[in-house]
Design a protein around this ligand. Sequence first.
Ligand code: MN
Length: 250
Amino acid sequence: MAVKQTAGRDALGTFAPKFAELNDDVLFGQVWNRTDKLSSRDRSLVTVTALMAQGLTDSSFRYHLTCARQNGITREEIAEILTHAAFYAGWPKAWAAFNMAKEVWNQEDDGDPMSAHAASMVFPIGAPNDGFAQYFSGQSYLAPLSTEQVGIFNVTFEPGCRNNWHIHHAEANGGQILVCVAGRGWYQEWGKPARLLTPGDVVNIPAGVKHWHGAAKDSWMSHLAVEVPGTNARNEWLEPVSDEQYEALA
Ligand code: MN
């Protein structure tokens, strides 16, 4: 997801407009977004290490640690990164950095499973999916990511939540692509065994195939739903996935 930064203009837009522009539009707007050259995760790794090496443990360091976590650096990895850097940057600097890293990564353990799930992915959870609630069992959430060219939505399912059996119809092309981005869940086509979904899994659903998707019973799950454009595309919502069918999943 593209980085959009306004901190420069928010803090210094009047006092130092050029600095604000360079901060927001060049450093964050251009350099951080060159993800085809170096991923956001790797950029976070470099940034955190560089700030730690200077002994910077101010609010900017906390901001970049939070970004690093959001960009996919795990608790185990940040511990390894700071330990490694300690030998080159200095032991006391690592101590100071660890104190702040511990706070940032421990925020996942605030006891709220929904917050922990949100912290495990870069996409927003969005709002309760009230428009489609009648076709879902359990609570789901919807965050539109792209509403032009090709529709892309982040759909989040609470544990046990799934949508009804349904078919994406189209006279030509159409169908749907799912990309699991967080948690653990299921995809099942009519008459076939269910497929476990974990982050990074991609499901291509041709038009006309009856199927459902949702969370595992003990895990939140989010997937991107890419609506493949088709001729006269429409959705047909069918019966719910029964408790018997759902409970039978391995
Ligand atoms: Mn579908």
